[in-house]
Design a protein around this ligand. Sequence first.
Ligand code: PEP
Length: 251
Amino acid sequence: MNRRPLIAGNWKMYLTGAEAVRLAQAVAATSGACLDRDVMVAPAFTALAKVCEAVRDTPLQVAAQNVAWGKEGAYTGEISPIMLADLGVRLAIVGHSERRQIFGERDAMINRRLLGALAGDLQPVLCVGETLEEREADHTFSVLEQQMRQCLQGVAKGEMRQMILAYEPVWAIGTGKTATKEQAQEVHAFLRRFLAEAYEKSVADEVRILYGGSVKPENIDSLMAQSDIDGALVGGAALNAESFDRIIRFQ
Ligand code: PEP
């Protein structure tokens, strides 16, 4: 199955507006030179307008790091899909493990955010992943199945086709510990089987599943060689133009 690779950078709570624009311009130059793959960056909310403006005429895609639901309302501290689309944002990460672990977001809320993104024409990048305790207790697949079932409630087949999944084992995020290519492939294949059963095979064949967790220039090639790994969601190494350039140019 020919899925177009996607390399995505999550800039988390880093970079001022000017710093973000400088990095986005460097990434846009690389993405313009690698037209057989998609490249996305997710700046902080405060930098989104400037970054969208700076890369408007390039193939670089811009995502938000989270999104609320509805058009507007009394939701202090939240940003609606319409507000993001107004800036030129086309994608939104939902369910990142830092939202789950630090800010207490549960599957039911992530489901609302995801449905909000879809309703607002934003392409969701849904993150799922197990903690170290869950993996050591041999609960990886049951935890992932539960996250998938709950986060995807009410998502229709046609909507699922537009989504992107990211498998991000919590124990590998920002720790320097990457899942082995075999561990990642095993989970990606499991997630794809889940999609085939919950929707249909053609949906499972179409949806891109990214791996995230300490992706670096040194491990990207072997991860991308796995048949069910369609791209990467990159944190730390996406903040440096040179290392992200090498990741985008994976072989
Ligand atoms: C992430 O933030 O999604 C991530 C995978 O971070 P890192 O690459 O730093 O582990």
